[in-house]
Ligand binder design. Structure first.
Ligand code: ATP
Ligand code: MG
Length: 894
């Protein structure tokens, strides 16, 4: 059975049983606690926590998931993919345990001709929460056990397990409950007897049924939590691994061999000439390649680009591990696009958007291939130095911090470092490396915890939100009389606050724009009882609720009448900047192309920043054109209009939406001119484009592969910037004694003159040094019969130093002699060593002498026996360098 069919059957089965089919949410989803959606229930969280009413009683979905924590298992176990699809059925206060278990059993064991998966009931094991693990469940989940028995599962194949395995919670206060998993026994060839508790490779988990039963007041760990009481309405959340079911029904060994994944393995075999199933290590590499390629493809389809942090870093890691695995399989050079195309061809049936995004995916992949090749080159240089250093000090081990640096800064997977070290006959301090990695993980865990802390703090806002939304009247009103509806201080709801307290005030309605859609929050004041407080921040901590941050200097109580007043000038600036952002976006789409879609933006009075997708940088000429196009749009005084319409209508007329954003069914669309700019937007805007006044672009730069950032100033800030530039040009003109328009030409001439003067100085230096050649020879020191001429001439370029060394060497004629010339700058000394043939006959070599000398200068050097060259970082070591050369001559001479 094809993987697609596994999904289809699941959907059809539950649709026939009254479940609404909800399409997969994007992997990149606006949930601050997750990098990527990692389970089918994630998009339904607001319904499970009671934040929003569920629009359906029953739902079914196939959710795209990425689990970064499973990355190390990929290819080694049979069942872990970084990307996979989770089939799920959900009940919001409708059917519960009984329904969930009946449905699951019927679908799993139902015969294939009538839409089931047709598993043999005798191969099925289930797990339930066992007795004695939690005071609220002294006998375990006996309900679930009875229901399984009723389906005909014998007691011997119902395995009790601990809270860790069979109790579900979200890691934060909220819903929780026991769960029950379904396993398929693959037979004794796959491992030990004894059920899932004994062997999770032989007994393959395919489906987890979660029974959301109670409200948890505190969660300290998976198996350490406090139960507050029963949930008002009990829910069902299940997750079935589509790939796991497919692998069983396709009779293959593991999930990388199913129809949606294996073609990449096959292609990788062709490219490398390797045979699958010939060598265990190669097989793991091939499976890693196939898994990572598919996951990368799915992420790139959603606009994720390789980067050094967060989501982009996960993608970069997947792509680089792929390239590395291919290298270990013997394939150097660019491989990504070729492999991604294979995955595209098998995945596009389920995800047609892969094809429409393909051009861009290939561009980003090529860029990453090239950038990793460069990284490999620079990382290799760092590695070589570290390896040489270890050897020079007689160590057989590369220090752990070097391996970590290579990993952290250059994205070197540890196996790459291990292999390169082995090639040099070195081992790697893996313990040190692992310790540093662990420290880094702890840091990021602490980070994630801090973030969860923030999530927990939303409890207070949810309480206030339960009373109702905060109507935003700021599109038309700047000032309102209203009342204090609630306050939050330090994450707690309070009814009164005192002077000195910083509180977040919730009002009955507000003219203040809360930061959203790239637009910064409004500035302004809240006035009460003769006092005026500056509003320092305005946020929507939970959807629908606006919180105004204020530091009080007088008491304030809930229910008090206040005046909310937005600063008119700052609002005007905000409207100008936000409208200017739309204009810049439209200009980019027009001049750079359709692919220049928004990847992120930020605007505040006077300033805007806009990130967009494009494979290559913009030429200065194009930037100038874009700036001009923006200002023409201002001159044309385009009308800015606002309409509300259905989301699908807005998309149909081509309104630009942010990818991965969740939009309500009714949206606001801002249009300019004759639909020249058309965007879904909740922000505040000018009435016509001329009100923006002026836009000037500041800079254009890269912020990661395939993404560029443009910054701009708006209105009087744009003017102030241009005025400052004019003053600067005038000042330069004044210094040069020419009118500003001749300044550039004048500077060009000055640079030319300076270069010529430098040449003259160099020539004079050279001549002077050469003139002293005889004197140097006279001062030669006898070192065991070898004449050592040491010339220290600061400022000499390395070319000049070489010339001097050769001239002096000539003058030594047939004598055994060594010339060492030290030139360069204080922080960049240059060293040249030359030997006469008589010296070479006696075993003295320029190459090794220069190495010894350069080391004392804090650098490196090398070359041939007759002439060698090096440099360093500090000329303070010059005298020591000469001494070291002398010592080395004594050692070498025969
Ligand atoms: P395991 O213990 O095997 O890692 P899990 O307990 O993490 O599984 P759940 O979080 O319960 O799994 O997810 C529900 C279902 O999703 C699982 O029963 C399994 O079929 C599937 N699943 C989970 N993780 C993966 C993965 N990395 N690759 C493929 N399928 C997965
Ligand atoms: Mg898991």
């Amino acid at each position: 059975m094809k993987a697609v069919e596994v999904g289809e059957r699941f959907l059809r089965y539950f649709e026939r049983r009254g479940h609404a089919h909800v399409p997969s949410a994007p992997l990149v989803y606006n949930d601050p606690t997750l990098l990527f959606v990692n389970a089918g229930m994630v998009p339904f969280k607001p319904y499970f926590t009671g934040l929003e009413p569920a629009p359906w009683k029953r739902a079914v979905s196939i959710q795209k998931c990425v689990r970064t924590l499973d990355i190390e298992d990929v290819g080694k176990t049979t069942r872990h993919g970084t990307f996979f699809q989770m089939n799920g059925n959900f009940s919001f206060g409708d059917y519960f345990k009984e329904g969930a278990i009946e449905f699951a059993w019927e679908l799993v064991t139902g015969d294939q001709a009538s839409g089931g998966y047709g598993f043999n009931p005798d191969d099925i094991w289930v797990t339930v929460l066992g007795p004695g693990y939690h005071p609220d469940y002294p006998e375990g989940d006996i309900e679930a056990k009875k229901l399984w028995l009723a389906q005909g599962v014998p007691e011997s194949r119902i395995q009790p397990r601990s809270l860790k395995d069979n109790y579900w919670n979200m890691g934060v206060p909220g819903p929780g409950g026991p769960c029950s998993e379904i396993y398929i026994d693959r037979g004794p060839a796959y491992g030990r007897d004894g059920g899932p508790e004994a062997d999770e490779d032989r007994y393959l988990e395919i489906w987890n049924l979660v029974f959301q039963t109670e409200n948890l007041s505190a969660v300290r760990a998976k198996d350490d939590f406090d139960i507050l009481g029963p949930l008002p309405s009990k829910n069902i959340d299940t997750g079935m691994g589509l790939e796991r079911v497919a692998l069983l029904l396709q009779g293959v060994d593991n999930m990388y061999e199913i129809d949606q994944v294996f073609p990449v393995i096959a292609r990788a075999c062709e490219l490398s000439g390797k045979k699958y199933h010939a060598d265990h290590d190669d097989d793991v590499r091939l499976r890693v390649v196939a898994d990572h390629i598919r996951s990368s493809l799915m992420l790139m389809t959603e606009g994720v680009v390789p980067d050094n942090e967060a989501r982009g870093f996960v993608l970069r890691r997947l792509l680089r591990r792929t390239v590395r695995s291919m290298r270990l399989l013997g394939v150097d050079g660019a491989v990504l696009t070729e492999l991604l195309a294979v995955s595209r061809d098998v995945m596009k049936a389920s995800y047609p958007e892969i094809e429409t995004k393909w051009t861009r995916i290939a561009e980003v992949a090529d860029a990453e291939d090239a950038s990793f090749a460069r990284t490999l080159a620079s990382g290799t240089a760092i590695f070589d130095v570290a390896a040489a250093d270890a050897k020079a000090h007689g160590r057989a081990t590369l220090p752990g911090d070097k391996a970590f640096e290579l990993h952290d800064t250059f994205g070197f997977p540890i196996d790459l470092t291990l292999e390169m070290a082995a090639e040099q006959g070195l081992s790697v301090d893996r313990e040190g490396f692992t310790r540093l990695m662990q420290e880094q993980r702890n840091r990021s865990k602490a980070d994630a915890k801090a973030k969860k802390g923030r999530l927990m703090a939303t409890d207070a806002y949810q309480q206030l939100r339960a009373v109702g939304e905060t109507p935003f009247l700021g599109y038309t009103e700047l000032s309102l009389p209203t009342t204090v509806r609630g306050m939050v201080r330090n994450g707690q709801v309070v009814t009164a606050a005192n002077p000195g307290d910083t509180v977040e005030i919730v009002l009955s309605e507000t003219p203040f724009y809360a930061e959203a859609g790239g637009q910064d929050s409004d500035a302004g004041v809240i006035k009460a009882a003769g006092r005026t407080w500056q509003v320092t921040d305005v946020q929507r901590p939970v959807p629908g609720l606006v919180a105004h941050t204020v530091t009080l200097d007088a008491p304030l109580t809930v229910g008090e009448a206040v005046e909310a007043e937005v600063d008119a000038l700052s609002r005007r600036g905000a409207r100008q900047a936000h409208s200017a952002t739309h204009i810049l976006h439209a200009a980019l789409l027009e001049l750079v192309g359709d692919q220049a879609v928004q990847a992120g933006s930020y605007n505040r009075p006077g300033y805007l920043r806009f990130d967009f997708a494009t494979p290559s940088g913009l030429s200065p000429q194009l930037v100038a054109e874009i700036e001009e196009r923006c200002n023409i749009a201002l001159r044309d005084d385009l009308a800015v209009t606002e309409t509300t319409m259905k989301l699908e209508d807005a998309k149909a007329i081509g309104a630009q939406a942010m990818f991965g954003e969740k939009y309500p069914p009714i949206v606001r669309v801002i249009s300019m001119g004759d639909a020249w700019s058309l965007e879904l937007c909740g922000g505040t805007h000018v009435a016509s484009s001329a009100q923006i006044g002026l836009i000037t672009l500041l800079s254009e730069s890269s912020i990661g592969a395939g993404t560029r950032r443009v910054e701009a100033l708006v209105s009087t800030d744009a003017f102030a910037h241009m005025a400052a530039e004019r003053a600067l040009v005038n000042q330069i003109g004044g210094l040069l004694h020419v009118p500003p328009e001749q300044a550039a030409e004048r500077v060009g001439k000055l640079i030319g003159d300076l270069k010529a003067a430098n040449k003259t100085i160099e020539a004079m230096q050279s001549a002077q040094a050469l003139a002293s050649a005889d004197a140097y020879v006279r001062d030669a020191k006898d070192v065991d019969g070898v004449a050592l001429v040491a010339a220290q001439v600061p400022g000499l370029t390395s070319d000049q130093a070489r010339q001097l060394a050769l001239t002096v060497r000539d003058k030594l004629g047939s004598r055994a002699g060594v010339v060492a010339v030290l030139g360069g700058e204080a922080d960049k000394p240059a060293l040249v060593v030359a030997t006469t043939s008589a010296a070479r006959d006696r075993g003295v070599k320029a190459g090794s002498l220069v190495r010894v000398g350069a080391e004392k200068l804090g650098g490196k050097g090398g070359g041939k026996d007759d002439l060698a060259q090096g440099g360093g970082t500090n000329s303070a070591g010059a005298a020591t360098a000469v001494n070291a050369i002398e010592v080395a001559i004594r050692q070498d001479v025969v």
